[in-house]
Write a protein that binds this ligand. Structure first.
Ligand code: HEM
Length: 343
């Protein structure tokens, strides 16, 4: 059915690079690294953001057969299976209770991917990552707002409001708080969609990607995201449909404004692949070892081939911020293969 659909996306997208941005993004990255050190309190640092991992697991991403020509891009070029590592996380740089409102993350690492990669020094690595959060856009149009918010939030909940008003003024603060309050609740990490939220190249087009859960979407207690996922993985496999949403034009699907949700009526999602995490016990001895390894890995949208290059200022800011965080916490090198769970 999909095969007969005539799918095409516009190719006249463009990025707008400010002359001072490298310097600015370097500053943001060092600021995040300082917070990362502060949160470590002299111990081994976690990630600067998304510090708390819920579950690390392995699985496979199976590219759909009969994809329309336009969607056969990079790792989606042919129907085949990619082994993957997956890490679920909370967005904060602190390890806090799941009942505290936060962004939830899901990071995917495909292994065995050929082609030249984008991060200088890692061109020959064989990984392609996709990082997702549980909202289709961010409340922040630019990395400047994003980092200002992280900075205000780092002082703790009591000072957040005065800090936000001091930074953004009362009107923008109110708008931001409203947007944050409208973030969907996550009863279970296996029952909500996850979005790249920011665009990436998709061959000659531009796109956002998303993962939609397939199968029964049972809930759980919001306080126990890890326990919920562990028990669901123990009782059977979990699956997601990986879908792409193509750039239409700058007004409808902007590249540089990270706060705009690309409307599904103008830019519908098309399935590219199915992600499956097979039944597994991440608490077994080998599962625990694997989780430790996954927690030390570096998931980064810039672990990518040129055909899937991250786009927009927010993505370009991430390129520098992830590098600093990874150096500070001495992350594991890129894997060559996916370790299989015994049993
Ligand atoms: C909407 C856009 C974003 C998404 C979807 C996103 C997603 C994620 C996810 C899922 C992780 C955890 C990766 C893991 O499990 O290893 C992560 C980590 C991180 N994010 Fe983002 N993020 C976004 C924006 C940003 C921005 C704008 C910055 C900073 C300018 C940033 C800085 C970081 C840092 C420093 C880490 C830790 C990296 C590491 O040590 O491995 N993120 N992000």
């Amino acid at each position: 059915m999909l095969r007969r659909m005539n799918i095409s996306g516009a190719t006249d997208w463009k990025e707008t690079v400010a002359p001072d941005e490298v310097e600015r993004f370097e500053r943001y990255a060092s600021e995040l690294r300082e917070l990362q050190k502060k949160h470590a309190r002299g111990g081994h640092p976690s990630r600067a953001l998304h510090a708390k991992g819920h579950v690390g697991a392995t699985g496979e991403l199976v590219v759909s057969s009969g994809l329309p020509e336009a969607l056969r891009v990079a790792v989606f070029a042919e129907p085949r299976s990619w082994p993957v590592y997956v890490r679920f996380s909370n967005g904060s740089g602190r390890h806090q209770r799941d009942r505290t409102p936060d962004v939830r993350g899901m990071a995917l690492k495909l292994v065995g991917v050929p082609g030249r990669k984008l991060i200088p020094g890692l061109e020959d690595k064989r990984t392609q990552d996709f990082l997702f959060i549980h909202t289709p856009a961010t409340p922040f149009p630019t990395p400047d707002e994003f980092v200002s918010f992280v900075r205000a939030n780092a002082t703790g909940p009591a000072l957040l409001l005065p800090r936000l008003i001091g930074t953004f003024g009362p009107g923008r603060t109110l708008a931001l708080l409203k947007r944050l309050a409208s973030m969907p609740k996550v009863p279970s990490l296996a029952s909500v969609p996850f979005y790249t939220a920011l665009p990436l190249r998709f061959g000659t087009m531009a796109a956002k990607l998303a993962l939609f859960p397939v199968g029964p979407s049972a809930g759980g207690t919001a306080d126990a995201l890890r326990e919920n996922l562990i028990s669901r993985l123990r009782s059977g496999p979990l699956s997601w449909s990986l879908r792409v949403q193509l750039f239409v034009d700058e007004r409808t699907t902007p590249i540089e404004n990270a706060s705009v949700v690309w409307p599904e009526d103008r830019a519908p999602f098309h399935e590219l692949a199915r992600l499956t995490l097979p039944q597994q016990d991440v608490t077994s001895a080998s599962g625990a070892k694997l989780e430790e390894l996954i927690d030390r890995m570096s998931f980064d949208p810039w672990h990518a081939v040129e055909e899937l290059r991250p786009l927009g200022a927010m993505m370009r800011a991430r390129a520098i911020a992830y590098r600093e965080s990874v150096i500070e916490r001495q992350a594991a090198p890129e894997p060559d293969d996916v370790v299989k769970l015994a049993g």
